[in-house]
Ligand binder design. Structure first.
Ligand code: UDP
Length: 329
């Protein structure tokens, strides 16, 4: 039986990956420090005989006893509001955390896949973004803590591959959505759906002409699974190329939810990328992968999930209080 360590296991993507690998018959070791993750996302797995969970911060030395065949490093704050609130943890999990896990992968002779991001392209000057594009990142801007941690993560992972011959994989994840996103993490989709459900106006930042391309979580997980099982060590974009402006997206959410509210405009955050669309030629050719779930279908499932949440979650609008989790360094 294959054994896999998944960091960020209680997060949105991490928990869906745990489900997938359990379904594939793996022994899954989940790890999370629960700053942005939520145990409710993996509650259903806790009694499963092939699942174990460790409450641990991977920025500190990581010990796992027994064999490991694979490591997926998905621990990191991932929404702009989260990483603005915990910038140092964001830098540490991408750098120190990745280093610790690469060391563990070497010790166990495990294959390691890291979760990188379209943020490595920054506010891109090439459109759509191919893996060959080096990006346009402001290292000292508000997004720098995430973008540069992820760029460093790619660099150190590549170095372990070339210098130590470690088997490594790098996925560049574009905006992904689905059930288990946190309602108050500041991301555009939970923000709009939450506003619609509470009967508030939808807040579009800037004039709404900036674009994103949204991938449904099941498609994302399939792409990651195929990349892990492939023999390709260089970065691969996984995302849905169906691009939409944020203003149009707000209209789609208004139609989906049937809300009578309107759109209101707020200032565009600094360094907010103006356009984003993955070029997925590599994923198609190397992995035979492309997204299958269109936005209408994916949004409907996601809306049903948010609607099913208890009322108190919907009205707990304030952002999660991280202060009690933060250590002094
Ligand atoms: N956005 C918005 N209203 C909100 C939240 C976000 O207009 O209430 C915009 C944000 O400025 C960005 C886009 O939606 O242009 C996507 O934001 P998100 O935080 O989901 O992810 P990003 O792709 O920027 O990391």
């Amino acid at each position: 039986m294959k054994r896999i360590l998944i960091t960020g296991a209680a997060g949105f993507l991490g928990s869906h990956l745990c489900d997938r690998f359990i379904k594939e018959g793996f022994c899954v070791v989940g790890m999370d420090n629960l700053i942005t993750g939520n145990m409710e996302n993996i509650e259903h797995l806790m009694s499963h005989e092939n699942f174990e969970f460790y409450h641990h911060d991977v920025s500190k030395y990581v010990h796992v006893s027994g064999k490991l065949d694979y490591i997926l490093h998905f621990a990191s704050p991932a929404s702009p509001i989260d990483y603005l609130k915990i910038p140092i943890q964001t830098l540490k999990v991408g750098s120190l955390g990745t280093h610790n896990l690469l060391g563990l992968a070497r010790a166990k002779s495990a294959r390691m896949l890291i979760a990188s991001t379209s943020e490595v392209y920054g506010d891109p000057l090439v459109h759509p973004q191919t893996e060959e594009y080096y990006g346009n990142v402001n290292p000292v801007g508000p997004r720098g803590v995430y973008d540069e941690a992820k760029r460093f993560q790619e660099a150190i992972t590549m170095a372990y591959h070339t210098f130590h011959g470690l088997e490594t994989r790098i996925v560049r994840i574009f905006n992904t959505y689905g059930p288990r996103m946190r309602l108050n993490d500041g991301r555009v989709l939970p923000a709009f759906i939450g506003q619609a459900l509470r009967g508030e106006d939808l807040t579009v930042f800037g004039d709404g002409s900036q674009t994103r391309s949204f991938c449904y979580v099941d498609d994302q997980v399939e792409g990651i699974y195929r990349l892990l099982m492939s023999d390709y060590p260089y970065p691969v974009n996984i995302g849905n190329p169906d691009e939409i402006s944020i203003a149009q997206f707000a209209e789609e959410i208004i139609e989906l939810t049937g809300t009578n509210q309107k759109v209101i405009y707020e200032p565009l955050p600094k360094d907010d990328p103006m356009q984003r669309q993955p070029n997925i030629t590599k994923a198609k050719e190397l992995l035979g992968w492309e997204p299958k779930v269109d936005r209408k279908e994916g949004l409907k499932i996601t809306y049903e999930y948010f609607k099913s949440l208890p009322e108190e979650k919907l009205y707990k609008k304030e952002h999660k209080d991280f202060s009690k989790y933060i250590d002094k360094d």
